[in-house]
Design a protein around this ligand. Structure first.
Ligand SMILES: Cc1cn([C@H]2C[C@H](O)[C@@H](COP(=O)(O)OP(=O)(O)OP(=O)(O)O)O2)c(=O)[nH]c1=O
Length: 203
């Protein structure tokens, strides 16, 4: 499973409980901190460049915040929903949420996650796209979903791992990528870094 004898330690530099659950699902021991990074797209920066920069910055902040960097790898990630060229952020209010859902209704959109795993000397980065098609949604359905409270802290206004699963007609690509951490891309990185998975207990 690993290619060196000294195991790496993982710091998840993200406050996302979904990312923590995905790491726990595959038995990765890790610690977690919420990095303080300004999430603001720069003029002229593409959505892809933007989330790769954020993932890199989150991992850098994570690494710098550690008092014991020996053997430490910091993982940063960022996830966005793209409808055509439009980045759909976390919805601020019902009007914004409703227009997001109407834009996503019956069509395919992209969910992009960037991940960056780094230590003091090396870094591994990946950008992963999943295509998701929503069912046709009625305005009453959109309102009922809003009232569940689920959309509010989610990029694109839905959570595929929760009640939002009922919005989805089909998915092409990585499921865990939509939730926020593409495990298929992450596993080879963990192996390069000699970070174990399939461990029974979490630290
Ligand atoms: C589309 C979709 C998004 N999301 C969530 C994942 C992320 O938590 C969130 C995207 O916001 P992010 O800014 O990527 O992550 P975060 O704010 O939760 O954590 P941090 O900035 O500390 O790393 O949207 C779901 O949980 N399910 C989904 O189906």
């Amino acid at each position: 499973m690993t290619n060196t004898t000294t195991p790496g330690r993982l710091l998840l530099a993200s406050g996302s409980p979904r990312r923590a659950e995905l790491l726990a699902q595959i038995g990765v021991p890790f610690t977690q901190l919420t990095p303080s990074v300004v999430e603001q797209r720069q003029p002229g920066e593409s959505p892809q460049e933007y989330i790769q920069r954020l993932a890199h910055n989150k991992s850098s902040v994570g690494l710098q915040s550690s008092e014991d960097p020996e053997g430490l790898w910091a993982l940063g990630a960022d996830t966005i929903v793209l409808s055509g060229e439009n980045v759909l952020e976390k919805p601020r209010d019902y009007a914004g949420f409703e227009s997001m859902m109407l834009a996503l209704s019956g069509v395919e959109h992209s969910v992009l996650s960037a991940i960056c795993l780094r230590n003091a000397d090396r870094q591994f980065s990946r950008l992963v796209e999943t295509r998701v098609r929503f069912r046709h949604l009625s305005k009453p359905q959109i309102e009922v979903y809003w009232l569940t409270g689920e959309p509010v802290d989610k990029a694109g206004g839905y959570g595929i791992q929760g009640m939002g699963a009922a919005l989805v007609e089909s998915i092409s690509g990585s499921y865990s990528n939509v939730v926020g951490l593409p495990l298929e891309a992450l596993i080879p990185m963990l192996e390069h870094a000699a970070i174990p998975y399939w461990q029974e207990s979490q630290s």
